[in-house]
Design a protein around this ligand. Sequence first.
Ligand SMILES: [Zn+2]
Length: 278
Amino acid sequence: MRILIIILFPFLSTLIAHGETKPSDQEQFALWEKLVQPSKGEAMPIGNYSAGCLQGAESLPLSGPAFVVMHPERKRYFGHPELLSYIKSLASTVRDNHLGILLVGDMGRPRGGPMISGHASHQIGLDVDLWYSLPKKAPRKAERSRLSAGHFTANGKLAHWNKKLTKLLELAIQNPSVDRIFVNPIIKQSLCRSEKEAAWLHKIRPWWGHDDHFHVRLNCPAGSNQCQPGTPIPDGPGCDSDLAWWFSEDAKKTLIDRGKKERVFPVLPAACAALSAQ
Ligand SMILES: [Zn+2]
């Protein structure tokens, strides 16, 4: 064995010196995409929402009494048990309020971690995308992989919005485990006008896209000491200069620049490398 190492050493060191043994970003994304089973152990988010992983993930049933998972073929219906409870409980509340069936979009992968397409976050099992559309009847199985979410803004304005959707957001944010909810800036702007006095506006945060779904992010669960909380939300309802920026030239330019950037594989905590290798 020692002889083999001695023979190979100059070869290996050349490879390392040229960085050829380090997998590319694409290869690292692909590696996480290949993990199809949750890891063992108690549920534990590790790292932050945009650079982390999830030990002991659970899968949400593909349908329940008041919800349906959309695009199950993407296999992004895994999360922390608190996220699963949150979704089930919100779906029941939505049903009790006669709003319709809750359509569940992407949660996370079986071990959390970075995703090859789409989201930068959704990595520690505490994020879920929920559709604004609230059908009266659950979509049939074949439709769940075919339908796409309807958009609720058009030409820089709100479109097809109604009071039911405002109520949906209000119900979604009531749970104290919610850290924040991301919506399109046009939707936030409209809520700032119609719900001026509402304390819950504080946690509704503007972000690009998010006009066909809203993104719920939960706080780090109690006792999960490897989970890094998000940056604090500025005080107040967030309807002033903070919101105005989203309609500025600077925001347009930032969006264009974001589109040009190649996706970079994030630096994950060491515990995530161990989790991916299990
Ligand atoms: Zn999302």
